[in-house]
Design a protein around this ligand. Structure first.
Ligand code: ADP
Length: 478
């Protein structure tokens, strides 16, 4: 039996405490899956004001980090979320705001400091509690400074032997800051060059993570290839090509404790591949929730951050061309104000057929997954995507653009093992055609149920993915 590993897992968001997207889900579920493989996992994340969980406890330890402008400090809280699995929360006045990375006025101006505090604070927290990690697993740009600190700041300590893994959840968000943060954060100027953390005469935290971590991963094999190309590399493709041998793609799993239509407390009726009857009750409840009359027409749905990445603009351009066929369309999302406006406009134009809700509503997202017939993901790019996995699990047929993780997890119904509908071109005609194919599938009940059952039978549990991370960790650990 190889010995269990100690993993320090650092993330700017951790579900169920904080979440803006898939990273939060991953940071909740992957450490749990690793712990159930027998590893010891310490998760470190900020304690945002939005975290209302009353069961967090103060540890009694106080974190103090020295920066050129003075000390940043705060207490550390924690919660044991499972055997071998603790989450530590760093408290600081600059996390005490009504938002995670920003608020309605935009990104917070001191994010370089806020996330350097997380990065370096996570390493120091491990030290304070005598946790000597074999692996430090870093996630997205907020953890970039930790990769640098680990290489530079901990020689002669137990952290020197830790190996770092940096996971790219979305390469488009890079954490770019003006070069004055070099002095503000006390970063060594010898790192400020094109092979270091400098990027267009500023500092790029994502680049820091990519350049200084021992291994790189991203959340699907296709996205791992795409980000090494000029079109998909967001100006970091050169560095990623240079580190190609250290980069692997591991698809995210889903947390079966949260997403399981057989027991989900957020939905009015339960169902399984063997007995789909409850899905009809969920569909009725969904239509009612959005003030739509009961109907046998197919329900198409979307749940999304409203950003250009997600192709909601393409969807809004396409729906008016197909809604005359009588389907229902339900949309939940928040983000870009213009796209929020487009939701409302579509609903006003097709009352009785379209239901929309602007906001972030976890419970509602479960009802939509359970009650819809088709789930739309026309993304421009998609590192992994979780909603298509939830859709498959809930017998809701995903309609996806063939990109990134969507291409790795959904096979087209033209194939014998098909679980969804795929289209290639980011174009109204291509999406429209995919929707007509869905209408055709819906008209053939036996086929539809077969596709649904096949999707529900797919194994996207974290177990398989956690084992891939475990293999990677073992290949690195000293
Ligand atoms: P991304 O991380 O790019 O936003 P993913 O598909 O990986 O995309 O994960 C998105 C996660 O956030 C899913 O769990 C999805 O259900 C959830 N989500 C996105 N927007 C909303 C919303 N408005 N309300 C509730 N959940 C949402």
């Amino acid at each position: 039996m190889p010995r269990p590993l100690r993993v320090l897992f650092v993330s700017p968001e951790v579900a169920p405490f904080s979440k803006t997207g898939g990273l939060g889900d991953v940071a909740g579920a992957l450490p749990a899956a690793l712990a159930s493989l027998g590893h010891e996992v310490m998760v470190v994340t900020p304690k945002y004001a939005t975290i209302k969980d009353k069961s967090l406890e103060r540890t009694g330890e106080w974190l103090r980090l020295r920066f050129p402008a003075g000390e940043a400090q705060g207490p550390i809280s924690w919660k044991r979320v499972g055997p071998n699995h603790d989450v530590f929360f760093l408290e600081n006045v600059f996390y005490d705001r009504d938002g995670i990375y920003g608020d309605s006025r935009g990104e917070f101006g001191d994010n370089a400091l806020r996330y350097t505090y997380l990065s370096v604070g996570a390493l120091s927290t491990a030290q304070l509690f005598g946790f000597e990690p074999d692996i430090v697993h870093l996630n997205d740009w907020p953890c970039g400074p930790a990769a640098v600190a680990l290489k530079r700041g901990y020689r002669g300590t137990a952290l020197e032997r830790a190996r770092s893994v940096f996971t790219i959840h979305n390469l488009a968000y890079q954490g770019m800051f003006p070069k004055r943060v070099m002095d503000e954060l006390g970063l060594p100027w010898d790192l400020f060059h094109s092979d270091g953390i400098e990027f267009h005469d500023g500092v790029n935290f994502m680049k820091a993570g990519l350049a200084f971590s021992d291994a790189l991963t991203t959340v699907s094999p296709t996205y791992a290839r795409e980000i090494q190309t000029h079109d998909g590399g967001a100006s970091l493709d050169g560095l990623l090509r240079a580190r190609s041998h250290s980069l692997t793609g591991i698809v995210n799993g889903i947390d079966p404790a949260v997403w399981n239509p057989e027991v989900d407390p957020a939905i009015p009726a339960h169902f399984s591949a063997a007995d789909l009857a409850g899905k009809a009750a969920c569909k009725r409840a969904l239509l009612e929730r959005f003030g739509l009359a009961p109907s046998d027409a197919p329900v198409f749905a979307v749940i999304s951050r409203l950003t250009p990445q997600k192709g909601i603009d393409l969807l809004m351009a396409t729906m008016p061309r197909v809604l005359h066929a009588g389907m229902r369309f339900i949309a939940l999302g928040s983000g870009d104000g213009q796209l929020e406006g487009a939701f409302h406009a579509l609903q006003a134009r097709f009352p009785g057929q379209v239901g929309t809700w602007v906001g972030f509503d976890e419970k509602l997202s479960h009802l939509i997954e359970a009650g819809a017939d088709f789930f739309l993901m026309p993304s421009r790019y998609e590192p992994c995507g979780l909603n298509q996995l939830y859709s498959l699990r809930y017998g809701t047929v995903p309609i996806v653009r063939s990109t990134g993780g969507l291409a790795d997890t959904v096979s087209d119904i033209s194939q014998p093992d098909g679980t969804g509908i795929r289209f290639d071109d980011f174009h109204v005609g291509a999406l429209e055609h995919a929707i007509w194919r869905a209408m055709h599938l819906y008209s053939e009940r036996g086929w539809l149920d077969e596709v649904r059952r096949r999707g529900m039978g797919q194994d996207f549990s974290w177990d398989a993915s956690a084992r891939e991370y475990e293999r990677l960790y073992r290949s690195l650990a000293l």
